[in-house]
Ligand binder design. Structure first.
Ligand SMILES: Cc1ncc(COP(=O)(O)O)c(C=O)c1O
Length: 393
């Protein structure tokens, strides 16, 4: 953390102009808040605040609400994407099969252990549908990433969410003790979203090794590359050992390809056969995305620089927040979360942030309100800190 920046930003508290909201955000956000005062989207266990209508994102000064990668895509990947778009008249099964080969050798498994999809969300949802279509329950953390859980609830399965430990890790003992005859799936996000925190690798490994003999364990590793230790934290080795563990990965985060939509799961062949029996993978993915991904996988300079930037900019943001008396959870991801002051209304806070053209998320869990901010460029993070100071005035 650079001392000059610390002083610069501390001196900005209260000094920035709080420009008139209508000048800053004259269109949809104000209209949408007029129509519906609340930003809230909620379900039983996890409450997330966001605009009901997505505002004009192109006018944002700092886009920090979806944990995207502002440094991507890789230049080599993008070149490949553009070149292969010329062959957009053809289906891309040949490229798809090559992609599966590349991924299976990267993960140390057979091609039959890989199922691809347009982003990992697609696969989270498919797994929920296949495993919970006849009822039963899923056990996950409170809070956790909700894609899979929301689908489970929508198809009338039960969801049991177990509060993270005081160290913000998955409470593996409590999760295991909750397993009963109706449990169809355990869902773990490591590192977790929205907390950004990681669960101890050894404890998680022992848990997966043991518990997967009773019930399938899904580990969502969307942010694993950004974590300290990176892929060493992955549980994918258990799949090669024949365990009933399902690992999901995405090209949306470290590879900076969120809009190009590509993800995959690695799982036992038998488990994937069950999923393939009602829905196939691969059909929703485009050839240019596949080619960009294959190229990006080898672009280590790009991957390493993204990770370095995330860590450096995250540390800057953490020190700025700590200086202001906030206490972010220890993040292993390209986002971080911290508690908002008790007196702050999340709706008003978000409105003030969006009015300054800075997008973040707000959550309510454990009876507290939280701000989650994605890690962007250094300029983005300075803009965030300035807007944050104004929003809390
Ligand atoms: C934990 C987690 N899993 C999965 C996803 C879905 O990502 P995608 O569908 O882009 O692969 C996200 C997106 O933010 C996420 O945070």
């Amino acid at each position: 953390m650079n001392r000059r920046d610390l002083f610069k930003y501390s001196s900005l508290i209260g000094a920035n102009l709080f420009l008139h909201p209508n000048l800053l955000w004259s269109n949809s956000i104000l209209d949408s808040t007029k129509r519906n005062k609340k930003f809230i989207f909620s379900n039983k266990n996890n409450r997330e605040f966001s605009p009901n209508i997505i505002p004009d994102l192109s006018s944002l000064k700092a886009r920090l609400h979806w944990n995207e990668n502002p440094f991507g895509p890789s230049k080599a990947g993008l070149k490949e994407f553009k070149n292969s778009a010329k062959k957009g008249n053809f289906y891309s099964w040949d490229r798809h099969n090559e992609f599966v080969d590349v991924i299976s050798s990267k993960e140390g498994v057979n091609p039959g252990n890989i199922l691809t999809g347009p982003g990992s969300s697609d696969l989270l949802e498919k797994v929920a549908i296949v495993l919970l279509r006849n009822g039963g329950s899923v056990i996950s953390a409170d809070p956790c990433y909700m894609s899979l859980i929301n689908v489970a609830i929508a198809i009338n399965a039960n969801s049991h969410m177990i509060k993270l430990t005081p160290e913000y890790e998955h409470d593996l003992d409590a999760m295991e003790s909750k397993i009963n005859s109706e449990t169809k799936l355990i869902y773990i996000t490591n590192p977790n979203n929205p907390t950004g925190t990681i669960t101890d690798r050894k404890k998680l490994y022992a848990f997966c090794d043991r518990v997967s003999n009773r019930v399938p364990v899904f580990i969502d590793e969307a942010y694993i590359e950004v974590s300290e230790g990176g892929l060493d934290n992955s549980m994918v080795k258990l799949v090669a050992q024949g365990k009933d563990v399902i690992i999901s990965r995405t090209f949306s985060k470290i590879y900076g390809m969120a809009g190009l939509r590509l993800g995959y799961i690695v799982a036992a062949e038998k488990r994937l056969e069950e999923i393939r029996s009602i829905t196939r993978g691969g059909m929703g993915i485009t050839g240019p995305s596949i080619n960009a991904a294959i190229k990006s996988l080898d672009d280590f300079e790009f991957i390493n620089s993204c990770k370095e930037n995330f860590i450096f900019n995250r540390e800057f943001t953490v020190s700025q927040l700590k200086y202001r008396g906030f206490d972010p959870m220890p993040s292993n991801t390209n986002f971080l979360i911290f508690e908002l002051p008790k007196s702050t209304s999340p709706n008003l806070f978000l409105k003030k942030m969006y009015q300054q053209r800075v997008s973040v998320k707000a959550f309510n869990f454990w009876e507290k309100n939280w701000c989650r901010v994605s890690i962007g460029t250094m300029d983005n993070m300075k803009t965030f800190i300035d807007a944050f100071d104004n929003a809390l005035i």
